[in-house]
Design a protein around this ligand. Sequence first.
Ligand code: G1P
Length: 275
Amino acid sequence: MIDKCLFPVAGYGTRFLPATKSMPKEMLPIVNKPLVQYGVEEAINAGMTNIAFITGRGKRAIADHFDISYELEHQIKGTGKEEYLTEIREVLDQGTFSFTRQREMKGLGHAILTGETLIGDNAFGVVLSDDLCVNQDGDGVMAQMAELYKQFRCSIVAIMEVPMEDVHKYGVIAGESMKDGLYRVDDMVEKPNQEDAPSNLAIIGRYILTPDIFDILRETPPGKGGEIQITDALLVQAKKGCVMAYKFEGKRFDCGSVDGFVEATNYCYENIYNK
Ligand code: G1P
């Protein structure tokens, strides 16, 4: 039902310099697969086969990755190495990939608004590929959320409990518990101090958004850090109508930090690679 997914990938990846000096951070490999491909596979497995990237300068490697490499295909055709291309070939067969550029870094809300031209007037997914999510026991996080959307037909954010000393790194929600792991949001704050946080339920980089978010984003003033925040726009939506927050099933690694990246690498090497 939801067939489009937005990938904001314009960020600089400064925490990974010098590796990200001339290479997009989204192309850093977790074992043998670029970080962004994990997110794209998760979206495609949720039926979101129209993948829309919000890119920026220096990100062409992402567009090349989601395209045929004729030279490579020709070189290894009929050799034992062909199997290494199986997964990316499947992704290319199933998905379509479009790109638009965010010319200025004005925040996640601004990146999502830039994607309006690729999305149109339907509900859509958003994946922040820095957050690597795996669920080996069942559906991926996006598929879990797409299923919920069928029931609630409103924007949904994925959340997890974090220690209070970490709330300043996240958008944080408060809400009325509907049933196990599902909340109807009534407050939302972007990167609060511990004292101002309405809870320890942190938003992670998976969203389903209804398209009225674009009009709200157009009117959203810069918030935390002087940037246009999706969290602020979602609070408007929550107040006007409904936003749900969902404690997903599975693991999430913060691959925007070096520690999380190494943890994800170890986990994927031990549990996913060659399995
Ligand atoms: C963004 C959002 C934040 C969310 C986080 C999840 O922040 O603004 O609300 O909790 O992603 O990873 P960023 O990490 O891009 O600063």
